[in-house]
Design a binder for this molecule. Structure first.
Ligand code: NAI
Length: 681
């Protein structure tokens, strides 16, 4: 017997088990949108009327069970009250699922995240496919909220507060095995055994899991306030409540209401409705949607590739090669120096150990990363990435010599950070073949890749480059081949202002704190030290030829002395075990009030200039690029979003004031006038 809805289908087998399939119409991923939940409510009407022997919930989508709630709907609530009603509706539905009198089983493969995980938690049992693609988690904090469909209570009750908070406060995903270990799922089994495992549970329902006493003790009302202190401290080390309130609200919720489940669910709904209507959540949801937009710029079908050849096994080439192998490509890596190749293999092994953990998986990737001093891979590769010294003549000679050797369909890319593409490509027979793939250091941590196009770059080449970027799980951002592209161009004035402040005698920690207080992940002085002062100097000097930035004398002096930052152990800071030693300013010290404005306004002014120059085509792309390329305070939604929030007119006034005080480097770019008209938020 079977009954079909738009998104759900109930199939009852001869043994009386109702197999409830979710298959969201017109989508390749299951997300819990309002219409899916409404239909689920109708499904429950049916199941409550004719209670089957058991209900097994499973997904017909290849990529997974349920990826979460429908994030786009989060942006459309007109008020906190409307949000609260929507959340309460979901609560009622999940409570009904939990209250069904027959065994309920979630059969999980692939993504089981957020609202999807909460649905699974409302079932009596959970079985997960133990494939590495299975990912279970409650990542709501990343969107500025916490679980809101009953997940806070149910997760803590099921696995204990320590494991549950670890998942919910960090937002990290678990593999099926890890989930089984903490008790989040009953069984982790190979895909081919999933259905039988469900049948087995129905035949002989296992006892529902009971937490050991010590895990229950952790949520005792006397213990909660003590443990909460540790949670608050951990969270505070990452982000303050004023910027990211959600994790704090989650801890509050548990401390205050855990003894009364009905009350806890009620306050959970109120807390999420409040958070979701706030600025942080709305901006983090914006960042999520910007990420989706960037992902959409590279379509997998636009380029097929299996073999990548990287030339230059230095800092960048080595890491790019290691990353491509990790993402499944066969990679040949060419360098004139054997020891450079050996270093990369060592570095790659460390990366794989961290990411893959299992020996066989590590060996597998290592086998794909092939040192190739003679460049034998060149003629067979589908993608060639050049990452040799930043020297115009050397790069020109290289492309001239390799072009006749590569496959006619191969993608030819340079990782140059400052040389205009045309200057390199005009020695080639087909200059339209050259595109920039500008990665950031460290490659494994930085999600953005700028897809650099010169006027001669063929648009199909740029499309292929963006598609390849997605295949290695990075975010493509199309930019023009203008000095500094987008990310380095907006970063440099900000970093140089920090150096000027240091030259003025402002304590380094005060400068860095001004930026981290704004929400930057790292202060500019520490960032300059981390990137390397020689590299900063090189980029700054290059940009100074094209735009009005002055290179502070101190930077040149430090590089001359060999003080290069983290890599030499001494830059602005002294480094010990890779950590900067930050001195506290004297207690009597009062910093000037405009440090943060000076730093941030130089960055914003340059972002406006980039948009006016057409380096990127829209404010949204600029915001996405700057957030994923620099870590710009995500909870502020990006520089342009911030400009509109503050009001362009007000920021212009501040720029005028700074220009008056500190000189022409604060002259407002002409692009502000165009922005002023469409100040929205
Ligand atoms: P690096 O100096 O660490 O490495 C360059 C490597 O290329 C060396 O191992 C050298 O032996 C090799 N090499 C030079 N000429 C060669 C040739 N003709 N054939 C084969 N190998 C050759 O340089 P790094 O920092 O990795 O930079 C490489 C490129 O990436 C440059 O264009 C740079 O502008 C760009 N870039 C650098 C970033 C950084 O943070 N270091 C960030 C983004 C781009």
């Amino acid at each position: 017997m079977s009954q079909t809805y738009q998104h759900w289908k109930i199939e009852t087998d001869p043994t009386g088990i109702a197999w409830l399939h979710l298959d969201k119409a017109d989508s390749n991923t299951n997300v819990l949108s309002a219409d899916i939940l409404n239909e689920f409510s109708a499904v429950l009407d049916e199941l409550e009327k004719n209670v089957p022997r058991a209900v097994v919930i499973l997904s017909n989508k290849e990529n997974g069970f349920i990826a979460g709630a429908d994030v786009k709907e989060f942006t459309s609530f007109e008020s906190e009250d409307v949000a609260l009603q929507a959340i309460r509706r979901a609560h009622t539905i999940f409570n009904r699922l939990e209250a069904l009198s027959c065994p309920t089983i979630a059969l999980i493969h692939g993504f089981c995240l957020g609202g999807g995980m909460e649905l699974a938690l409302a079932c009596r049992y959970r079985i997960a496919d133990n494939d590495p693609k299975t990912k279970l988690g409650l990542p709501e904090v990343r969107l500025g909220i916490h679980p809101g469909f009953g997940g806070t209570l149910r997760a803590i009750r099921l696995v204990g507060v320590l494991s549950a908070m670890d998942m919910m406060l960090t937002g990290r995903n678990l593999s099926a095995r890890a989930a089984q270990k903490i008790g989040l799922v009953n069984y982790a089994v190979p895909k081919r055994h999933l259905l039988n495992a469900a049948r087995g549970i129905v035949k002989q329902p296992p006892h529902t899991m009971v937490l050991p006493w010590w895990k229950r003790l952790a949520s005792h009302k006397r213990v909660r306030p003590l443990l909460a202190k540790i949670f608050y401290k951990k969270v505070a080390a990452k982000a303050p409540r004023s910027h990211y309130p959600a994790p704090y609200s989650l801890i509050d919720l548990w401390v205050q209401h855990y003894d009364n489940p009905t009350q806890m669910l009620d306050y959970e709904a109120q807390s999420v409705a409040h958070l979701i209507s706030g600025r942080t959540a709305q901006n983090l949801i914006r960042v999520f949607l910007l990420q989706e937009q960037l992902k959409g710029l590279g379509k997998a079908d636009d380029f097929q590739a299996t073999h990548v050849h990287v030339i230059g096994a230095g800092v960048m080439g080595g890491d790019i090669a290691a990353w491509c192998a990790l993402r499944g490509f066969r990679v040949t890596l060419q360098d004139q120096k054997h020891e450079a190749l050996a270093n990369v293999i060592k570095r790659a092994y460390k990366l794989y150990q961290k990411r893959l953990k299992h020996r066989l998986a590590i060996t597998d990737v290592m086998d794909r990363l092939i040192p190739d001093p003679k460049g034998n891979g060149l003629s067979r590769a589908d993608v060639i990435i050049e990452a040799i010294f930043e020297d115009v003549e050397v790069k020109r000679n290289l492309f001239k010599s390799i072009e006749p050797q590569v496959k006619p369909t191969a993608l030819l890319a340079t990782n140059t950070s400052s040389i205009p593409l045309d200057v390199i490509s005009n020695v080639m027979q087909q200059p339209s073949r050259l595109v920039g793939l500008h990665f950031f250091n460290p490659v494994a941590m930085m999600p953005l890749v700028e897809i650099v196009q010169s006027p001669t770059t063929d648009s199909t080449v740029a499309t292929a480059a963006a598609a390849f970027t997605r295949k290695i799980d990075r975010l493509p951002l199309p930019v023009t081949s203008t000095p500094g592209f987008l990310v380095n161009r907006i970063l440099m004035p900000y970093l140089m202002e920090a150096v000027v402040l240091a030259q003025e005698g402002i304590p380094l920690k005060v400068i860095d704190d001004a930026a981290t207080d704004f929400g930057m992940p790292m202060g500019p002085i520490e960032l300059a030290d981390t990137v390397g002062l020689d590299i900063c100097l090189h980029v700054a000097k290059n940009l100074a030829q094209h735009m009005s930035i002055e290179v502070p004398e101190q930077l040149q002096k430090m590089v001359d002395k060999g003080q290069l930052g983290k890599k030499s152990g001494q830059g602005f800071y002294r480094f010990k075990d890779g950590k900067p030693q930050k001195e506290m300013p004297p207690k009597s010290y009062t910093p000037p009030v405009d440090i943060q404005d000076r730093l941030i306004l130089r960055l914003l002014n340059e972002a406006v200039a980039c948009l006016r120059d057409g380096v990127v085509t829209s404010e949204d792309l600029a915001d996405g690029g700057i957030i994923f390329g620099t870590g710009f305070a995500p909870f502020r939604g990006g520089p342009f979003h911030y400009i509109h929030y503050r009001g362009a007119a007000q920021l212009l006034k501040m720029l005028e004031h700074l220009q008056h005080r500190y000189g022409p480097r604060f002259t407002a770019d002409a692009g502000w006038q165009q922005l002023d008209n469409n100040t929205t938020a």
